[in-house]
Structures are given as C-alpha cells and as structure tokens.
Design a protein around this ligand. Structure first.
Ligand code: ADP
Ligand code: MG
Length: 379
C-alpha cells in the first residue's frame, strides 16, 4: 500500500459509503451460563485480512466458528455478502474454514485431500483436476501431489490445508491460528506468502491468532479481544500507536505505564503529576478529564531516549539507575530503576557495531521522551 492510492480504495473502512462484506451485529454466545462471546459487533470489508487477536480462551475460535456456521449464536446477527446467515448450514455458506490442526485425511494423497470437497460438491472431473493443479501451483506444492500428509513437513502440511480451504473458491476464508504449528522462521516466511496468496485471489480472510507480531504483519486491521469482547479495532499502526486502553497497550508490544493525577488541564496540553516518575509528565494535547483525576500515560520502550549525558530537547525527563541490560543483537533492552521503585523499560536499536557510550548495570542515566511519544490510556 502506498500513500498515493486513494485512501478509501486501500482503507474501505474509512469510506462511509462502503458496504461491509461481513457484518457481525451484537453477537453473543453462551455455553450454559458461561458467556464466551459477548455482544460483539464488527464490520469486515472485501479483500481485508482481518485478525482477531487475543489471549487463550478469550473467545476467538468461538466467534470464528459462528461465522463459519459450526456454532449457532445465542443472539445477534451475521450477514455475509448481504445475506443473513441464520439457519444456513456450514456447507451452504460461501465461507470455508482452515482449522488449527489442519484436519487433513491421513490416508489420502495431497491431491485427493484437496479434491475431496469438490467431489462432494459434484463438480465435473476435468474441472476438479484443473482446480487442484492450479491451487497446488499457487501454494508451490505441485511436486508433492501424490504424497500423503505424514510424508510432508509441518510447513508443507500447512500449505496443503490452505490449498484445500481455498480450492472451493470461498468468498470468505476463516483461518484459526493458521501458522501456529510452524516454528518462528518458517512462520515469518509463510506470513508473507499468505499475504501474496490472499492478494492474488482477492478472498477476504478472517484470521484468529494469539500472536501479536503475526497480527501486526498480516492484517489490514486487528480486533483485539479479551473476555469475549472486542476492546479495540484498528490498523496495526493505530493499535500500536494509539491504544485506547491499558489492556491493548499492554497486550500489543511492551509498554511503560506511568500513573498520576491531572495537575493542569489545559486546552492544548495536560500536565500530570506522577509520584512514580517523581516528575510532572507533559502531554501535548487536551483530554477529557478534570484536575485531580487519576490517569495513566503509556510510553513504548523504543520511544524513550537513554543516556549518561543530559538529554536536550526532551519534553519529559526523568533519571534512574540501569539495573538490567539485555543485548538482543539488533537492539538492546534496558531496565532502569527510578527512585520510586518503578522500573522503566527502554530499548535502543544498535546501529553501529561499537558503542563508545555503552551502558552497564549501575550507571546513572537520564531518560527522556518527546511530549507526543506518550499516550493517555484509560484503565
Ligand atoms: N463447546 C463449548 N462448551 C463449553 N465451553 C466452551 C465451548 N467452546 C468453548 N468454550 C469456552 O469458551 C471460551 C472461549 O473459547 P475459545 O473461543 O476456544 O477461545 P480462544 O480461541 O480465544 O482460545 C473458553 O473459556 C472455552 O473453554
Ligand atoms: Mg482458539
């Protein structure tokens, strides 16, 4: 995506006239007295890779299964491509689902696994053969057509499962932790392939993952879930830079949260007195709040400067003592203890090989961040 593109073409959710492809309206799912999904409403547009992101047990799979028709909502409405899905069986929906376990038939070859759904749908033989060949070449598995699942690696099985879920040309594909079984390196490679395949077919994807990096890499937008509810929807950039509450700030990446009370509530700025930092924190925009009100500021570790020298041009300055240094290769993470006992995480990228100003445990340091680096979060 480039900035030259018209905003609405690449970002249909910003166009008030765009019609969502998938509409979820006030969906609730109860298992007995337990509420697994609570009053979720969400619009997904054609061509999106929308990620449902959240910790284990927050209701992601249950929501996905309702979209595919494997679970019936307790209340609410699901509309796909203008059609109410109430009472529509999974195989009658223009959707498909790729399961976390892949669910390949062990006794069938790759080819037969992929052809299975098409055969059941009664497609002519020649058409089945063409479609299977095409989809195998799309996922770069043509050479493995006659193998059985146990003769494939994890990554190869993942591609076959993907091919099988795409071969019926669903309009909407649900993927439940699609890369969960792959190791980190393979997962990263597969993420970009998944995006390419999705773009070449124009299918809309709804992906469930508990892995925030994966969601950031794959998604057009992310819906962050906790306790059966969606707490924020936004692009990866919006979710990371403008978390609306503490849960989202904490869940996506690492973050420092400083608590305090509003000391000065200006039109275009706020000053927060924070016992944790021992200083006043400056926020360069107005907020809805009153003096004396409790409030928190979230600052990402990479937005904080750290130095033994005095930092200039920083709106916010605090000092502390380095109490942990972890060298990660591309960056170094520091924990800095403040006199209040609060520990601050700071990360700095390692641009050069030699660092004359290297910091060690016990060093007295100055920390600083620009006014706009902090985000006001509610609890
Ligand atoms: N069939 C079911 N019967 C009872 N409880 C269920 C059932 N399916 C899921 N749950 C519960 O609903 C919650 C959400 O589950 P799930 O959607 O699988 O979470 P996630 O995919 O986010 O890990 C969990 O607490 C789970 O135990
Ligand atoms: Mg799940």
């Amino acid at each position: 995506m480039t900035d030259q593109q018209p905003m609405t073409a690449a970002r249909p959710w910003t166009d008030p006239n765009a019609v969502p492809f998938l509409q979820i309206k006030n969906i609730t799912k109860k298992f007995g007295a337990f509420v697994a999904v609570e009053n979720v409403s969400l619009d997904v547009y054609k061509g999106e890779i929308f990620c449902l992101l959240g910790g284990s047990g927050c209701g992601k799979s249950t929501l996905l299964r309702m979209l595919a028709g494997f679970e019936t909502p307790t209340s609410g409405q699901i509309i796909i491509d203008g059609q109410d899905q109430d009472g529509v069986a999974p195989y009658d929906r223009e959707t498909n689902m790729m399961f976390q376990s892949y669910a390949l038939f062990p006794h069938m070859t790759v080819e037969k696994n992929i052809a299975y759904g098409l055969k059941r749908a009664g497609l002519p033989r020649a058409e089945i053969a063409t479609r299977v060949t095409d989809i195998l070449s799309l996922v770069q598995m043509d050479r493995f057509a006659t193998r059985k699942p146990h003769q494939l690696s994890g990554g190869q099985r993942q591609r076959i499962a993907l091919a099988r879920s795409l071969v019926k040309k669903p309009k909407l594909l649900m993927l439940d932790e699609p890369l969960g079984a792959l190791d980190k390196k393979l997962r990263e490679e597969t993420q970009s392939e998944l995006i390419k395949i999705q773009e070449s077919l124009g299918v809309t994807f709804v992906v469930v993952t508990h892995d925030q990096e994966e969601a950031m890499t794959l998604s057009s937008r992310i819906g962050v879930m906790t306790d059966g509810q969606i707490v924020q929807v936004g692009t990866p950039h919006e979710i990371y830079e403008y978390p609306q509450n503490r849960f989202v700030a904490d869940f996506i990446g690492s973050v420092n949260v400083f608590e305090g009370r509003i000391k000065e509530d200006g039109e275009d700025h706020v000053i927060i007195a924070s016992p944790e930092t021992g200083t006043d924190i400056y926020v360069p925009h107005g907020i809805v709040g009153v003096e004396g009100q409790k409030i928190a500021i979230a600052v990402r570790p990479e937005k904080i400067e750290i130095s033994k020298k005095q930092l200039i041009d920083m709106r916010n300055n605090i000092n502390g003592v380095v109490d942990e240094v972890s060298y990660m290769g591309n960056l170094t993470n520091y924990h800095v203890a403040l006199s209040s006992g609060k520990r601050v995480r700071v990360s700095q990228s390692n641009r050069t090989r030699d660092d004359d100003d290297a910091l060690s445990v016990g060093d007295k340091v100055n920390l600083g961040w620009a006014g706009r680096a902090g985000v006001v979060v509610t609890s």
